[in-house]
Design a protein around this ligand. Structure first.
Ligand code: AMP
Ligand code: FE
Ligand code: FE
Ligand code: ZN
Length: 289
């Protein structure tokens, strides 16, 4: 039998991706992927459309979400997979996080104006097609206005941590983020753990604490993690009794070099990875839809 592949980390127009949810599902089906998880930043608003499209395409669509959390070493990202269709406590928290995003985005625009780069918040919102707007949309507006040549330049000069218009975001603690999603019965994984620039050994300290809050896995396979870093994740997961996840972090044209299901070309997340997460859910008595 042909091996089958999945992609458990993707973004749509609901946050900072550029494919509408149904469009992303159609692309995944065309590529022959067996399953895809939609994991937009701080919003669940793309999920119903993607799940519906998946039904028509005979593609498994997993309801997900990506949450940022504050650590001493920058943002840790948490992926919730199998978010239930009704999740009022999470929805309320996400709504508050999106309100903070809006305030922060406006603050960034003000800073840019003071630096001598005219831009209005409406310019930014024209690039945000969904309810979760952020720095990628500001970057796109800066390119359109001719203030920078590329989104990368926008992040390097203005929007990235340390950039001239950078504004930090108030984020939940990792413990709160994990508990919030795990409490609903979601499978919570640390996204791209090797992108966190933390001292060697810090993950060994925090992972047991997060596991006690309901953490269930590490995203070992990710476009920006090398084979050596994959191995480190597999080892970390084994040491801490965690499962493994994997996905491209596809954002459509917002990150044009990252392809759905393939990352930079070498990424392959086998169906076996998804089945491993499902076995862990079954063992914990958790549903798959
Ligand atoms: P925000 O959610 O508003 O803090 O923006 C973070 C998002 O910006 C991430 O999810 C990435 O999609 C994107 N991003 C972060 N750093 C860069 C970068 N250097 N170049 C392009 N996009 C980036
Ligand atoms: Fe993003
Ligand atoms: Fe992320
Ligand atoms: Zn992501």
């Amino acid at each position: 039998m042909q091996p089958q592949f999945v992609d458990l980390h993707t973004h749509t127009t609901a946050s900072d991706g550029t494919d509408a949810p149904a469009e992303l599902a159609r692309k995944a089906a065309r590529l022959g992927l067996a399953a895809v998880a939609i994991t937009d930043h701080d919003t669940l608003s793309g999920l119903d459309e993607a799940v519906q499209a998946g039904r028509e395409l005979n593609l498994e669509v997993i309801r997900g979400c990506e949450l940022g959390a504050a650590t001493p070493y920058g943002e840790m990202h948490l992926l919730g997979l199998w978010i239930p269709a009704r999740a009022p406590a999470l929805e309320a928290r996400l709504e508050a996080l999106r309100a903070q995003r809006t305030a922060r985005n406006r603050h960034i625009v003000e800073k840019l104006n003071r630096l001598g780069f005219p831009l209005s918040y409406d310019d930014v919102l024209r690039f945000a097609r969904g309810e979760s707007a952020g720095r990628p949309h500001i970057a796109a507006a800066l390119v359109e206005r001719g203030h920078v040549a590329s989104r990368e330049e926008a992040f390097a000069r203005f929007l990235g941590a340390g950039g001239a218009a950078y504004v930090p975001r108030e984020l939940p603690t990792p413990e709160e983020g994990v508990a919030l999603m795990a409490g609903l019965g979601a499978t919570v994984c640390v996204a791209h753990p090797m992108l966190l620039r933390c001292p060697a050994g810090w993950l060994d300290e925090i992972l047991p604490r997060l596991r006690a809050c309901g953490l269930d896995g590490l995203e070992a396979y990710h476009s920006e993690q090398s084979a050596a870093q994959e191995r480190l994740c597999v080892e970390l997961a084994r040491r801490h009794g965690l499962g493994l996840s994997g996905g491209s972090d596809y954002h459509g044209l917002a990150k044009p070099r990252v392809r759905l299901g393939r990352g930079h070309g070498g990424l392959r997340v086998t169906l076996n990875v998804l089945e491993g997460l499902k076995r862990r859910r079954a063992a914990a008595g958790l549903p798959l839809a």
